[in-house]
Design a protein around this ligand. Structure first.
Ligand code: ARG
Length: 274
């Protein structure tokens, strides 16, 4: 049941790829207890399965910093050769050529995809499945596409955010989308998010966003991707990393995102060591 209602689960976990992290298992075990009283409703009882959940196709080059990662996660180009993703998408830190990053396309099957292998992974120090859900992936070569700036203070942690990814278009779909989908979700206060998630929500390290009536959300396979908005100069700025949620797009159940501003200096320092 926890695997279906899920908390920390990347798309490849559905395929039983063996890439499952111990942190996920812990989170699933905790979730199974915490959520045992909440029944899993059939998808049809929620918002209609519209294309991310409730999204629309992104245009080619609309979000040039978006990266699809081969373990079934999203990411964003933080530097031309470094991808920022979620800690729960990777298996610890170290050298690995086992991850392929695909960039430069909205349609993963379309022409012009840029595919680059990883050389290293750096998972957030002290990551234990509870907050700190960020990781960096060093690429074997630079990709000549725009990077996405990250928020370095809390100033933009409000308002309406854009989410984008190749993840599931409805809860439990398990397939993802070959087209990059986008949607907009308003900020949800820590207080409200705590009401919904209790102690599993780590205020200060996580922030929430979602549409109260449901039907618009990130979902499995979107993890690691950015949540972003325009700054005052009109440039895209990353404020969140897709992390977890109870189901996808359920009414009054926001998505939970890593609060990037909290980790901005740690991310910058870590990237300098790669
Ligand atoms: N943990 C998921 C992943 O690995 C993301 C879940 C986001 N869920 C949500 N309801 N916003 O892809």
């Amino acid at each position: 049941m926890a695997g279906r209602t899920l908390s920390l689960l990347k798309r490849s976990d559905h395929r039983n790829s063996g890439y499952r992290s111990s942190a996920f298992k812990r989170a699933a075990a905790v979730g199974a207890v915490a959520l045992a009283t909440v029944s899993l409703q059939p998808v049809a009882a929620h918002a209609a399965p519209v294309p991310i959940v409730g999204g629309a196709p992104a245009a080619q080059s609309e979000f040039p910093f978006m990266v699809s990662l081969s373990m079934g996660c999203g990411g964003a180009l933080y530097k031309k050769d470094v991808v920022l993703t979620a800690a729960h998408c990777v298996n610890g830190s170290g050298n690995t050529t086992g991850i392929t990053a695909t960039a430069g396309v909205a349609d993963l099957d379309g022409p012009g995809a840029i595919k680059v292998r990883s050389t290293k992974v750096l998972q957030a120090p002290g990551y234990d499945g509870h907050g700190k859900d960020w990781a960096l992936i060093k690429l074997s070569r630079s990709i000549d596409l725009p990077t996405l700036k990250i928020a370095t203070n809390t100033r933009y942690n409000r308002g309406t955010f854009t989410i984008a990814g190749w993840g599931d278009t409805r809860e439990n779909a398990g397939t993802g989308s070959t087209r990059l989908l986008k949607a907009k979700v308003p900020f949800v206060s820590d207080r409200r998010c705590k009401q919904r998630y209790g102690g599993r929500f780590v205020a200060g390290q996580e922030m929430c966003a979602g549409v109260p009536r449901g039907g618009v959300d990130t979902c499995q396979g979107d993890s690691g991707g950015p949540m972003f908005r325009k700054d005052d100069s009109g440039a895209w700025l990353q404020v969140g990393i897709v992390s977890w949620g109870y189901g996808c797009g359920r009414p009054l159940v926001p998505g939970v995102y890593t609060e990037v501003s909290t980790f901005a200096s740690a991310i910058s320092r870590a990237a300098a060591t790669l």
